[in-house]
Ligand binder design. Structure first.
Ligand code: FE2
Length: 406
């Protein structure tokens, strides 16, 4: 792979780190002072699209600095230079649409720390990339720190290998509660109506199920979302086999409005959670914004957050390019193949209950939101994406609410 490109000059920024031989972030500047205008930049990006994308994967973060990116219109032009698909944000943070593909970043109070996370980590269509643009840098604080995810796994594995393996095997179940309407006084204040794009509870349930979560209605119109099992770590193609810390356990564990447990209901040891939190902070790269900065993250490889800030601060963002990685391909999927049927379970509490009752059979595929066509391995396979799980071949299907009889 060619690491240089004549259209960009490699620079440096405060806080950058060398991680496993790669500088994070890779700073790219105009090749000459006269080439810092938006038209030159957009042309350079269009001509070196593939190279630029490779740099995002290689360095996990690429920062465009020193270009004259004046406003959201310029930012949108940069985004559109790539042709990556658009993704609707699903998550708890209140955000507002600004222009074309661009939305505000979390509009929750600037005084709060937004804990490190992979964007939309619990949702099937988590974006491969996140792009951020700084229109107004904060006068104090407000950094967007980020963390090489694989380093967290590496370090925690040195201290708690058994817990990591247990969690990876069982998976995690998360819950969080949310009101019906948006509340911008909280950084997790996005209501379920806005999140799911409907005020009809039945439709909300359907859409939530499609995204891989269940809803439990609470008396005041708020809702408890239950998600799981989800992975602790994941390995993605093209990332050197690195085991990413692809979860939001520390951010959701033991909080007022959220929880994280092992998928069979076992509590996660507190000292494990605390140590993970310390390691994440120690491994973080404290990135400080300058006006006009455009930062590209590999969302498969980096956790990111936001430090408390003094106003004003205006950072706009865009999640882009759907991930190709279904959530449920892991050993924690449970299959049952008696009576010539298969059951893919995603709710561990049901597994436990069913095992007690010795009732682990079904003739339907249930609780398997992203795979609906199921048949034995070796039978003719249809076109499309297939996975093999427990001796069965599953085909990914967008019609995820469908239940298939065998
Ligand atoms: Fe985020």
């Amino acid at each position: 792979m060619e690491f240089t490109c004549k259209e960009f000059k490699v620079g440096k920024c405060e806080g950058e780190k060398l991680v496993d031989g790669e500088t994070m972030p890779l700073v790219l500047q105009p090749p000459a002072a006269s080439k810092n205008d938006i038209d030159s930049l957009v042309m350079a990006l269009k001509e070196n699209n593939e190279w630029f994308e490779q740099m995002i994967i290689k360095n996990s973060a690429v920062l465009l600095r020193g270009f004259d990116v004046k406003n959201v219109v310029d930012f949108n032009e940069i985004v559109e230079a790539f042709g990556w698909d658009d993704i609707r944000y699903v998550g708890p943070a209140p955000r507002t649409h600004v222009y074309k593909r661009i939305w505000t970043a979390n509009e929750g109070p600037l005084s709060e720390f937004i804990y490190y996370h992979h964007e939309m980590v619990l949702i099937k269509e988590s974006p491969k990339k996140v792009i951020l643009y700084c229109e107004i840098p904060p006068p104090e604080g407000g950094e967007t720190p980020f963390v090489p995810s694989f380093r967290v796994t590496e370090r925690i594995m040195e201290e708690f290998p058994e817990v990591v393996e247990e969690l990876d095997k069982k998976g995690l179940t998360y819950t969080f509660t949310t009101l019906s309407k948006n509340n911008t006084s909280s950084m997790r204040g996005r209501g379920w109506e806005d999140t799911l794009g409907t005020s009809d509870p039945k439709e909300a349930e359907k859409r939530a199920n499609a995204l891989g979560m269940d809803l439990e209605w609470l008396p005041n119109g708020s809702v408890k979302a239950i998600l799981g099992p989800r992975t602790l770590t994941r390995v993605f193609d093209g990332r050197k086999g690195r085991r990413m810390w692809f979860n939001t356990m520390v951010g959701m564990h033991g909080k007022e409005h959220s929880s994280a447990t092992m998928a069979d209901g076992t509590e996660i040891p507190i000292k494990f959670v605390k140590r993970c939190e310390e390691i994440i902070e120690e491994e973080s790269i404290q990135f400080k914004w300058q006006k006009g900065d455009v930062l590209f993250f590999d969302n498969m490889a980096l956790l990111h957050g936001r430090r408390p800030s003094l106003p004003p601060r205006k950072v706009l963002r865009l999640p882009t390019e759907r991930s190709e990685f279904p959530l449920y391909l892991s050993s924690f999927c449970s299959t049952s193949t008696r009576n010539n049927s298969v059951l893919i379970r995603e709710k561990s509490q049901h597994i436990v209950q069913d095992e007690t009752k010795k009732a682990r059979t079904t003739k339907k595929v249930v609780g398997c939101p992203f795979f609906s066509v199921v048949h034995r391995k070796g039978q003719q396979m249809e076109h499309g994406r297939h996975v093999v799980l427990g001796g069965w071949v599953l085909k990914e299907d967008e019609d995820i609410l469908k239940t298939s009889h065998l």
